[in-house]
Design a protein around this ligand. Sequence first.
Ligand SMILES: *[C@@H]1O[C@H](CO)[C@@H](O)[C@H](O)[C@H]1NC(C)=O
Ligand SMILES: *[C@@H]1O[C@H](CO)[C@@H](O)[C@H](O)[C@H]1NC(C)=O
Ligand SMILES: *[C@@H]1O[C@H](CO)[C@@H](O)[C@H](O)[C@H]1NC(C)=O
Ligand SMILES: *[C@@H]1O[C@H](CO)[C@@H](O)[C@H](O)[C@H]1NC(C)=O
Ligand SMILES: *[C@@H]1O[C@H](CO)[C@@H](O)[C@H](O)[C@H]1NC(C)=O
Length: 597
Amino acid sequence: MGYQSRKYRNTLILVAGVLAIWWSVSAVFYGASKSGFAQLQRHMNSKVKPSLQPVNRSSFDWSSVPFRYPAGELTPLPTGGSSRPLPAVQANFAPEGSRASSVRDARRREVMEVFMGDWEAYKKYAWLKDALKPLSGGFQDQFSGWAATLVDSLDTLWIMGLRAEFDEAVDAVAGIDFGQSSSGRVNTFETNIRYLGGLMAAYDLSGREVLLAKAVELGDLLYGAFNTENRMPVDFIDFAAAKTGEGLTVEASVVSASPGTISLEFTRLSQLTGDSKYYDAISRVMDVFYKGQNKTRLPGLWPTMVSMSRQDVVSGYQFTLGGCADSVRFYVFCYDLYEYLPKTHALLGGHEPKYEAMSLGFMEAAKKLLFRPMIPGNESILMPSSGWVNTDEDIVLDNETEHLACFLGGAYALGGKLLNNREYVDIGAKLTLGCVYAYLAFPTGMMPERINMVPCKTWDDCKWDQTLFDEEKRKRPQYKEHLPQGFTTAKDPRYILRPEAIESVFIMYRVTGNPVYQELGWKMFTAIANGTKTETGAHAAVEDVTHAANLLPQSDYMESFWFAETLKYFYLLFCPPDIISLDKYVLNTEAHPFLRS
Ligand SMILES: *[C@@H]1O[C@H](CO)[C@@H](O)[C@H](O)[C@H]1NC(C)=O
Ligand SMILES: *[C@@H]1O[C@H](CO)[C@@H](O)[C@H](O)[C@H]1NC(C)=O
Ligand SMILES: *[C@@H]1O[C@H](CO)[C@@H](O)[C@H](O)[C@H]1NC(C)=O
Ligand SMILES: *[C@@H]1O[C@H](CO)[C@@H](O)[C@H](O)[C@H]1NC(C)=O
Ligand SMILES: *[C@@H]1O[C@H](CO)[C@@H](O)[C@H](O)[C@H]1NC(C)=O
C-alpha cells in the first residue's frame, strides 16, 4: 500500500469517526428531516396470492412423535397491553439528491450483479446442495442435505426482486424431505438459524403458504431437541432416536450460543402458527440464562461454555464476544446469544421485560471486554476482545479481535435505540468504525479473521507511542514486519466471506442516516468482490489478506452466509431505507428478516 492511499484511508476514517459521532448526537436523538425516499420498490409491497402449489409432505411426520418428556403446561406468548411502543430504530432520513440517488442505485445494482453471477454458479454446480465449492465447481452437503444455500438465499432473491429465480427456488423447497438427513446427527443451531430462519423470513416477505408449511415441518423436527428430561435442548439431534420419541440426552457442556440462539426463531414460529409450544420451549431455556446472568464471574455475561444438563450457566471463567472453540466442531459462532436479546425484545414488542433486562445487563458488562486500540492516526475507535476472570477475580483481556465479533457494533446500536440509550449507540459507532478501520488498514482492503492490537489504558486518552508499540510487538511471536502499523498480529490472516462487519455498517447507517457508512461500505464491497472472485464466476474464501497480490490464495469454500448475509447487507446498504426497515423487521443472526408484529 502506497503512502498516498494509506493517508487517504486514515483521513477517511477520521472523517467517518467525527461525522458518525456528530450524527449520533444530533440526528439520532433529536430527529432529522422527513424521509425523502419515496420510491419504495414495487415488488416489496406486492405479496403474491398464495398459489396452489403442491407441497410434498416430508416422508416423516415430526408432529406425530409421542414425547417421553412432554412440556406440560405451556407458557403463552406475552401480549401485555400496558407496555409503551418501543422507540424507533431507524433515523429520519434527510432527502436524497438526484446525484446521490443515482450513485447509490448504481452501487445497488452492482451488488445485485455479483449475487446473480454467484447464483448462476450455484445453480450450475450445486443446485439443491448445501454449499457450492467455488474453485472446483463441486458441492458439499454439510447441513443435512436440505439445500442449505437455496433456503438461506430465498429472502435475498425476493428482496433483490429476482422473482423468476425466487419462484424456481420456492418450487424446489416444496420437495425438500425433512424426514431424511444426509447425516445421522442434525445440528440444532445451524438448522435453526439457516433453514428455519430462511423459510420463515421468505414466508414473511412473500406470503407463500408452502414456505410456512415447510417451516412448521422443520420446526417440529427441531422441537424434538427439547424432548429431554429437563426440557433443555440438545446441541445435536440424533435423527433416528428423535423419531421414536424415546427422549434424548442433553450434552454435558456446550457453547452458550447453541441453546441461547433459538429464541428469535421459535418466538416467530409461535407468532406465525398461533401454537405457543415453540415459545414455551425456548422461554424455559432463556429463564435459565436470565436467572444466572448476575451470578457469573463477569455478571451480565455468560461464560463461553455452559452445561444445559446441569442447567449451569454461571461457572466458567472464559468469556467471549466472538467465536468459540468447542469439542465437537472446532469453531462456532458464540455471540448470537447476546445479539438475540435485544432482537427478541423487539420481536416481542417489548412485552417480555426479561429480554430488556438481559439486553441492558449484557451491554453494560460487555463494555469491560472492549478496548480502544493505539493506532497511528489516534482516531477514537473501539475493538471487542475476549477475556477471562483470573483467580483474583480480575478480568484479563486477550486483546484479540475476531471478525466474528464485528457484529457487536450493530448490536450496541440496535440495543441502544431500543433501550433509548445514547451511550450504547455511540459505542456501536466506535466498534463499527474499529472493524472498518481493520478492513481499510490491510493492503487488500479486507479484515483478517483474527488480529491483535495494543490497547490503551483508557478510552479517552490514547495517543500513538512508537516505543510502546515496538515493545508490544516483541511480545508477540506471530508479529510480522509487513503488518500495517497498529497490528501486532494477524493470527488468522484469512477472510472467509463473513458478514459481521458489513452488518454493523448497515445497522449504523439505518440508525444514524449518515451517508458516510455507505461510502465505507462501498470500499469494503469493491475490495471483497474483487479479492474473492473465482474462475467459476463465484466467490471464495481467501487464505491471506495481509499481502496484496494479483491473485490472492483462495480456498474451495463459499458458505451459504455469503448469499444470505454478506451480499444482502451490502445490497440493503444501497437500498432506500424503507426496504426492510428495522422498525418493521428484525433480522436473525443469519440476516433473515422477521416481521415485528
Ligand atoms: C413431489 O412428489 C412427486 C411424487 O413423488 C414428484 O413427482 C414431484 O416431483 C415432487 N415435487 C417436488 C416439488 O419435488
Ligand atoms: C440483574 O441485574 C440487573 C441490573 O442490576 C437487573 O435489572 C436484573 O433484574 C437482574 N436479574 C435478575 C435475574 O435478578
Ligand atoms: C498521534 O499522537 C501522537 C502522539 O501525541 C502524535 O505524535 C501524532 O502526530 C498524532 N497523529 C496524528 C495523525 O494526529
Ligand atoms: C492486554 O492488554 C492489557 C492492557 O495493556 C494488559 O494488561 C493485558 O495483559 C493484555 N493481555 C494479554 C493476554 O497480553
Ligand atoms: C483487485 O485485486 C487485486 C489482487 O488483490 C489487486 O491487485 C487489484 O489492484 C484489485 N483491483 C481493484 C480495482 O481493487
